[in-house]
Design a protein around this ligand. Structure first.
Ligand SMILES: [Zn+2]
Length: 127
């Protein structure tokens, strides 16, 4: 029986999804999933602990740890080996305004009860 997918909550989609070395020699592309990106955003940029990150993404702490470790490895490969990076896919869902997830780094932090900019998955371009 296939393992049921546990959707990881992502509170802010990346504005930019394609990165590459300006003087790179490789054409290889590393693919980072959106949930991996979210752990980098929450832990490295926003300063959350892995525990807080796990709560915000609604996953177990051990799961967060392995997602985060993967993400860091990919970033390291990119900057050390001069590879391109694309952020896409993954087992995630977008945090919705009505969830009131309470995250300090949620894009809905300043939303009113009826969020006028409720954005569906896959359409984040005009955030
Ligand atoms: Zn949220």
């Amino acid at each position: 029986m296939p393992r049921p997918i546990k959707w990881r909550r992502v509170c802010k989609m990346p504005h930019c999804t394609n990165f590459g070395p300006e003087n790179g020699i490789h054409n290889d592309i590393i693919k980072m999933t959106v949930d991996e990106y979210e752990t980098i955003r929450l832990i490295d940029l926003e300063g959350l602990t892995q525990e807080q990150c796990a709560n915000q993404m609604e996953v177990a702490r051990t799961t967060t740890q392995s997602i985060y470790t993967n993400a860091r490895k990919k970033l390291a490969e990119c900057i050390v080996n001069g590879l391109s990076l694309v952020i896409e896919g993954g087992e995630y869902r977008i945090c919705e305004c009505k969830e009131r997830c309470g995250g300090q780094c949620c894009r809905h932090k300043y939303c009113n009860e009826q969020c006028p900019k409720e954005i569906k998955k896959g359409d984040e371009s005009n955030e």
